[in-house]
Design a protein around this ligand. Sequence first.
Ligand SMILES: [Zn+2]
Length: 174
Amino acid sequence: MHRRTVLQGGMTLIATAMAGSGKAGARQTAVLPDDEVFMKLAIEEAAKAEFPFGAVIVKNGEVMARGHNRTRADKDPTAHGEMVAIRAFLSAHGPDALEGNTTLYTSGEPCCMCMGAILWCGIGRLVYAASVEQLSTKIGQIMLSAEDVASKAPFVSIDIAGPVLEEDAMKLFK
Ligand SMILES: [Zn+2]
């Protein structure tokens, strides 16, 4: 099982590299049919949080971890939804399982901290709802897109898709 996962991850990376990319490391890709299903779960997570950001991590069609913003609850400014979901995944399944053919769905395009974590973990695909530009109309943002950050990381390949269901995500901001 472990061996198969590693092989799949490696093949994903090779396939992505061969497909070519305008920017090193990042590839903007199409939204897939199942993406709305999983994004709804990420938005459900966001609805639980004081700052409405949520994320789920999916592998082989299965939700493996969830998280929502806990910055106030945990008195931890780094407890963004994506970070909480990544930490939950790591403690339950370990880093090898996270690398490769996993998809992280997030209700808000990741900030540069979260995008850095996504890249360091080798997550293969990212799907976001509201963009940094959209979020910045409601809450302070570091004005770098996920693709901007990934484009500076030539050591890794990641497929990025979005926005999807962005109106549902933005509705959570009062
Ligand atoms: Zn973040």
